[in-house]
Design a protein around this ligand. Structure first.
Ligand code: FMN
Length: 459
């Protein structure tokens, strides 16, 4: 906590927590701090004044502060009286690590910090590193953050901002920002303390934010099936109406019993499956093979209805049974089908030409060649696209994470069926969503490519 001379800088404000948390606070606090708990109910109190008052029993005061913090019962504001910023815990069970700044310390905005506004118009800073929310209440705080785009000491910052505050006051503010993880200390070379830790250095901000926000435990945002758009927006249909229906080519259907009789055993498919990047262009994949592959991996088996709407059954599992994926095939070499960009209608079991070969179809194939370490410009490139709102209409907090998991399931289904059919298959990790949007003329925000798979005859 704050050492040295008392300061009026930081204030404690009691947060009205859930009844259960309030009860646990009330049961846990000792008689010495009971009156303080009551006083906090009347309004914020400066920490420095409390430190002076509890001079002989500071450990009790600090234990009380920790208990409130751990139960989401406390916000800290700066400065006391008319706060310019406040920090508060986002989840229960956290320890408050209040930063103690030195005049020689150099600070910088954390590369993980994110600014956004909440539904009530408040400006928030958050970081996936620490489950604490920082509320920016006055523009001066934003000025500090701008100044801290590069490492600075408190004195350098005061000069830059032309503030009349003292370094000590500014250090108290920085202590709060540091406690919330939105600024970090830097060494003389400008290396931030978070980047000195290999476990943090190897995270990119968007990945860490995505990871923490799509799992539970480190934030308090809604998660799971919330159906937050029910009654406001119609859900996307279980089966996409084929926009290119008039160009549909009917594909043969297959007798699954006959396929099962000639398929290699499951364990040999699983064990002999490999990513195969060498394809034989002297005998390209046939339209019948493509039809069988799509029939076995991705067709709609049937529709069914439940109280929460219409669903489909398909050969691969899918979280929430949303079946958000659509498949598009860039045909490079196929016996029986012209080159071009095609849409697979999984219910009609048809392929529709979306685009004749153009710059974008060729670039998709070139991208696949680069992704496969320049080993394969595939006979067929399957682009997995997601109708995002099939999932986000239903799920909060985890909608995109669920789609990427589902894409992994489809990759493995593709691999297994390709192996069983003695075809060359290989998943790809990179694809170009802009090219996909140009080819389909569908908004990036409605349906977008999330994965690619190469298919052909093995060399
Ligand atoms: C999601 C996913 C993405 C992949 N991305 C690529 C890729 O971009 N380029 C590539 O050559 N292989 C890619 N692969 C294939 C892996 O490199 C391959 O599965 C791994 O090396 C193991 O080899 P195996 O599949 O032959 O067992 C990907 C596989 C998966 C499942």
């Amino acid at each position: 906590m704050n050492g040295g001379a008392p300061s009026r800088g930081i204030a404690l404000r009691r947060l009205e927590t859930r009844a259960s948390a309030r009860l646990s606070i009330e049961q846990a606090i000792g008689p010495a701090v009971q009156p303080l708990w009551q006083r906090l109910g009347n309004g914020p109190l400066p920490l420095a004044e409390l430190e002076a008052e509890f001079e002989d029993t500071l450990p009790q005061l600090y234990a009380f502060v920790q208990r409130l913090w751990a139960n989401c019962g406390l916000a800290l504001g700066w400065p006391a009286g008319d706060p310019e910023l406040e920090i508060e815990p986002a989840v229960a069970g956290e320890v408050l690590k209040l930063g103690v700044g030195m005049p020689t310390d150099r600070w910088k905005v954390s590369r993980f910090a994110q600014l956004h506004v909440d539904d009530s118009g408040g400006t928030l800073l958050e970081t996936p590193r620490i489950p604490v929310i920082t509320r920016i209440l006055k523009p001066r705080v934003a000025a500090v953050l701008v100044a801290l785009a590069v490492p600075r000491t408190a004195a350098e910052m005061l000069a830059e901002l032309r503030w009349r505050s003292t370094s000590k006051e500014l250090l108290e503010m920085l202590a709060l920002l540091w406690s919330a993880g939105v600024i970090t200390r830097c060494d003389a070379e400008g290396l931030s303390e978070e980047d000195a830790q290999p476990e943090l250095l190897q995270w990119e901000p968007h990945d860490l934010a995505f990871h923490m926000r799509s799992r539970q435990g480190r934030h308090s945002y809604p998660m799971g099936a919330s159906f937050r758009f029910r009654g406001r927006i119609d859900p996307h249909p279980a089966v996409k109406p084929n926009p290119w229906r008039e160009r549909a080519i009917a594909l043969p259907k297959f007798d699954l019993a006959a396929i099962a009789a000639r398929d290699p055993p499951f364990t040999s498919v699983l064990e002999f499956r490999r990513s195969i990047r060498a394809m034989d262009f002297s005998r390209p994949i046939s339209l019948a093979q493509i039809a069988e592959f799509l029939f076995r991996t991705a067709r709609v088996r049937h529709r069914f209805y439940t109280e929460i709407g219409e669903f489909t059954s398909r050969p691969y599992p899918n979280g929430g049974a949303s079946y958000e994926f659509e498949l598009y095939l860039t045909i490079n070499a196929c016996a029986g089908l012209e080159r071009g960009f095609y849409y697979y209608d999984p219910e009609g079991h048809t392929l529709s030409l979306v685009r004749r070969p153009n710059e974008d179809t060729e670039a998709l194939l070139d991208d696949a060649w680069v992704s496969s370490a320049r080993q394969c410009r595939p006979q067929v490139l399957i682009t997995i696209a997601s109708r995002f709102h099939r999932v986000s209409w239903k799920y909060s907090g985890m909608a995109y994470a669920a789609q990427l998991k589902n894409a992994g399931v489809l990759y493995q289904t593709f691999y297994l069926v390709a192996t069983a059919m003695n075809l060359a298959g290989c998943g790809l990790g990179l694809g170009d969503a802009a090219r996909f949007a140009r080819l389909t003329e569908i908004s990036n925000f409605e349906e977008g490519s999330v994965g690619e798979f190469m298919l052909g005859t093995p060399a």
